[in-house]
Design a binder for this molecule. Structure first.
Ligand SMILES: Nc1ncnc2c1ncn2[C@@H]1O[C@H](COP(=O)(O)OP(=O)(O)OP(=O)(O)O)[C@@H](O)[C@H]1O
Length: 308
């Protein structure tokens, strides 16, 4: 598959602090790459290097096979981006905002604006002032601006940040459409693993500047562990009975007892019997697959969901 985004040992250091540390990744044409990490993990810094906004300390990045350089104007004609909250002139309509950006970008084709309005399904809002748009639509306007010059590559930093669930779905569907039907290559950063998992073909987890893991989205389920969750009136007693039986377990952040020990997961009936025999019967017992956020925290070595 044609490589559209490629970094080689990309690093950015600030006074010895490694904001991005040897990140090597590759995204093929028509793929959506989800770049996931906690706040401060290095996502924006990576994106700024990809866009030539800051210079790497070491390593290289390539877009569409060309090494990234701010002075390479032909390259920027093939790349659209959205970094931070999109800006729009509040008193102007969607159409007027896009028209201004078309002229600023010196795009001669006057059909450009109707095309992106249609692409982003903004037709119903084209005469609405930007200040009256919902956050989801404002974000779509931001993506529309990024698409004005019909780029092959879209680089979007936290495009669903601050959106309500309906707005997230709208943006997600638009991005999927662009990748599948128009073969755009999309690089999207987020701190929401479960959201990105719904659209990305591949997911890269960045933590403290390092690319910890890359997972094909189709394979994600293989990485999710099963766990036994149980509740009881005498939680401390249950914890010690299970530990004595060789089943390691802990009290999770929701106050439920959780175990990843395979004997517990595969024989929950034995666990129930043991606890009844020991006089501390479970009030709830289930085996479930861990959710994506828990997986993410496990991958970066944290336990508390509150850290997100
Ligand atoms: N110009 C700078 N000087 C010094 N440190 C910086 C600079 N820019 C970023 N950093 C640090 O580099 C680290 C990575 O920052 P970055 O903005 O890339 O993270 P992020 O993953 O995008 O986080 P967020 O989701 O909060 O935007 C942070 O610790 C940040 O404080």
């Amino acid at each position: 598959m044609e490589s559209m985004i490629h970094t080689e040992h990309l690093s950015k250091h600030y006074k010895g602090f490694r904001a991005v540390d040897e990140v090597s990744l590759e995204v093929g044409k028509g793929e959506i790459y989800g770049f996931i990490g906690l706040n401060g993990s290095g996502k924006t810094t990576t994106i700024r290097m990809l866009l030539g906004m800051i210079r790497p300390t070491s390593g290289r990045c390539y877009l569409s096979g060309q090494q990234v350089k701010l002075s390479n104007y032909s390259l920027w004609g093939r790349v659209g981006y959205l970094v931070e909250t999109p800006y729009a002139y509040p008193e102007l309509t969607v159409k007027e905002n896009l028209e201004i950006f078309r002229r600023l970008r010196k795009i001669p084709d006057s059909q450009t604006v109707p095309r992106v309005i249609d692409q982003l399904q903004l037709t119903a809002y084209s005469s609405r002032k930007a200040k009256h748009l919902s956050l989801g639509n404002a974000q779509r306007l931001g993506i529309a601006k990024a698409l004005l010059h019909n780029p092959d590559i879209l680089i979007l930093d936290e495009p669903v940040n601050g959106l309500d669930p309906a707005g997230i779905v709208e943006v997600r569907e638009r991005l999927q459409h662009l990748a599948m039907n128009e073969k755009k290559t999309i690089f999207i950063s987020s701190h929401l693993l479960s959201e990105v998992a719904k659209i990305a073909n591949k997911i890269g987890i960045i933590h403290e500047g390092k690319l910890l893991q890359e997972i094909e989205a189709a394979e994600l389920n293989r990485f999710l562990k099963q766990r036994l969750i149980l509740d009881a009136r005498q939680k401390n007693r249950v914890l010690s009975v299970l530990e004595e039986a060789g089943i390691s377990c802990f009290l999770n952040e929701k106050g439920l007892i959780e175990s990843y020990t395979s004997t517990a997961i595969h024989r929950p009936d034995d666990i129930a019997r043991l606890l009844v025999d020991q006089g501390c019967p479970p009030t709830r017992l289930l085996v479930e697959e861990e959710d994506l956020e828990s997986y993410f925290l496990r991958a970066i070595g944290k336990k508390e969901a509150g850290a997100l």
